[in-house]
Design a protein around this ligand. Structure first.
Ligand code: G3P
Length: 218
């Protein structure tokens, strides 16, 4: 499963990219606003930090505007993926981007029916928002399972499932168990993936016992 970072914080991105475990980045208008930076500049910087897919979202709500913005975003770097909302206008734009060879990430997906349309439109990635469904009392992971079942039924559906709106390390593990192709993870959750209290407790005991031997490996 590919692990993406859901962030526009380039300092944090550089730090985690140095682990070699970060396969790409996703952004959205809220993350751009939080950065306080020019969108085109921060996206270009992110594309220079990671070689993998970098999602940059259009702001227009109608197809012609999405196409103009998406073409401009795609020209920033070869690893740009144009992020498009799951709307009728968005999917019409996705079909055109597909014809032009521009990668797309269809975002704000909350139903299997929406994901079916995104695959038919030729989306490169679909982003079902797990956490926001959970926030509203649904079981977001059920949507992942439904989309996986639909996509596996049809050979022509090449859209990759990109689990989004991730809230916990459990979401990441569950997304992997459900067969997601990718997950986009906030940096604090990504850092939490490394940690478990029993690992820390066990390591402390190992180190104490090793120290007691008085030995050195080198
Ligand atoms: O960027 C897409 C998605 O991961 C954002 O989800 O719910 O954390 O805003 P959320």
């Amino acid at each position: 499963m590919q692990l993406f970072l859901d962030t526009t914080d380039t300092a944090v991105l550089k730090d985690l990219a140095a682990t070699g475990l970060v396969d790409g980045v996703t952004t959205n208008p809220t993350l751009i606003a939080k950065s306080g930076r020019n969108m085109l500049e921060v996206i270009a910087e992110i594309c220079a930090i990671v070689e993998g897919p970098v999602s940059a979202e259009v702001a227009s709500m109608e197809t012609s505007g999405m196409l103009a913005e998406g073409r401009k975003l795609a020209a920033i770097a070869p690893n740009i993926v144009v992020k498009v909302p799951l709307t009728r206008d968005g999917l019409v734009a996705v079909r055109e981007f597909y014809a032009e060879g521009i990668q797309t990430n269809v975002t704000l997906c909350f139903s299997a029916a929406q994901a079916l349309l995104a695959a038919k439109a030729g989306a490169s990635y679909i982003s079902p928002f797990i956490g926001r469904l959970d926030d509203h009392g649904a079981v977001g992971m059920d949507l992942i399972t439904e989309i996986r079942a639909i996509y596996d039924n049809y050979e022509g559906f090449d859209t990759e499932i990109l689990a989004a709106s991730i809230r916990t390390p459990g979401h990441v593990a569950q997304a992997a168990m459900a067969g997601c192709d990718c997950a986009t993870i906030p940096p604090d959750v990504f850092n939490a993936l490394f940690k478990h209290p029993l690992t820390e407790r066990g390591l402390s005991q190992f180190m104490a016992d090793w120290k007691g031997t008085g030995q050195s490996i080198l």
